[in-house]
Design a protein around this ligand. Structure first.
Ligand code: ADE
Ligand code: ZN
Length: 349
């Protein structure tokens, strides 16, 4: 007689990871462009792609480091020309986010990737802001936009981008710093981040993804950032790990991204569980989900699969951290924490 297979003891935990409300705080909206949408927008806009098919494009997603990814990421973004394209891209993300029970999303966007191709900044921000409004109306997802400066460009270009965006100030809550990290330390952008602070904008920066732990310290000290994006290389400095634990400056960590970009050989080697146990406010995010093999729940699931010591309490703490680390109001955070605890109680009863 065929043996009935025994139930997977981890499946209640996997269900909780899917079902629990969570915030996503490190998501490049241009990195959510799936190959199918890239091809659809290319056809709509008359853009010729150097790939014959969706499969051929996807087959090129074999990255060796951050730069090898960025080269493809900027090529993919070249199909975005009209306001409607930015709306469609963000709407596709929100549909995925809703399925993952994301209740708050803070989206990075890279205006310089588009304005340098002649796309008006109002088309970029207008399309994204419309999708954010519709996501709230249809899914109840609260969202906000964070304008990122490309760190391989100059600080003067970052200043010009900030100025150009100011007429749309109501549609973004902060500034960030992304693109090629090595050789472009945070201090290169100290003055423009100071200006953003004067304008009342939140400040975040990628640091310690490929760059050294020292970049995390200079992002904190010279850019006065409120969160560090990635930050995983803090593990190279015990004093910095202690500082991050004490201050609870959040790290928005992206496990699948770190493996796809060869920061770690596999998820079993990823330091997130150790950082969580050390008391840091680490969060789980998807970075560029169309390129790295999954959206936010996939990041939770694969990380938990690779670390059998992670429990329901770790899952709850990660979701709670995502709310603590968000730029939402204290009352919204309290409300999501109550929802989280209700879901945890119901699913573990
Ligand atoms: N832009 C999009 N994804 C990025 C990443 N992981 N690091 C730096 N810049 C990025
Ligand atoms: Zn990123």
């Amino acid at each position: 007689m065929a043996q009935a297979s025994s139930p997977d003891p981890r499946s209640p935990l996997r269900a909780l990871l899917r079902r629990m409300p969570k915030a996503e705080l490190h998501l490049h909206i241009e990195g959510s462009l799936e190959p199918e949408l890239i091809f659809r927008l290319a056809a709509r806009n008359g853009v010729t792609l150097p790939y014959a098919s969706v499969d051929a494009l996807r087959a090129a997603y074999a990255f060796t480091d951050l730069q090898s990814f960025l080269d493809l990421y900027y090529a993919g973004a070249s199909v975005l020309l009209q306001e409607q394209d930015f709306f469609d891209m963000a709407w596709a993300y929100f549909e995925r986010a809703a399925a993952d029970n994301v209740v708050r999303a803070e989206l990075f966007f890279d205006p310089q990737t588009h304005t340098e191709r002649g796309v008006p900044i109002e088309a970029v921000i207008g399309g994204l802001a419309d999708a954010c409004a519709r996501a709230h109306a249809e899914f109840g997802i609260e969202s906000a936009l964070i304008l990122c400066f490309l760190r391989h460009l100059s600080e003067d270009e970052a200043f010009a981008t900030l100025e150009a965006a100011l007429p749309h100030r109501a549609h973004f809550i902060g500034v960030g710093l992304d693109s090629s990290e090595r050789g472009h330390p945070p201090e290169k952008f100290a003055r423009v981040f100071a200006r953003a602070g004067e304008l009342g904008l939140h400040r975040v920066a990628h640091a310690g993804e490929e760059g050294p732990a020292a970049y995390i310290e200079t992002a904190l000290d010279l850019l006065q950032v409120q969160r560090i994006d990635h930050g995983v290389r803090c593990t190279e400095s015990p004093a910095l790990v202690q500082r991050l634990a004490r201050t609870r400056v959040p790290l928005t960590v992206c496990p699948l991204s770190n493996v796809r970009l060869c920061v770690y050989p596999d998820l079993a080697a990823h330091p997130l569980p150790a950082l969580l146990d050390a008391g840091l406010c680490v969060t789980i995010n998807s970075d560029d989900p169309a390129y790295f093999g999954g959206y936010v729940v996939q990041n939770y699931l694969e990380l938990f699969d690779a670390h059998p010591a992670l429990t329901v309490q770790h899952a709850r703490q990660l979701a709670a951290n995502s709310f603590e680390a968000s730029f939402a109001s204290a009352s919204r955070k309290a409300c999501w924490l109550r929802e989280l605890d209700a879901v945890v109680a119901r699913m573990t009863a």
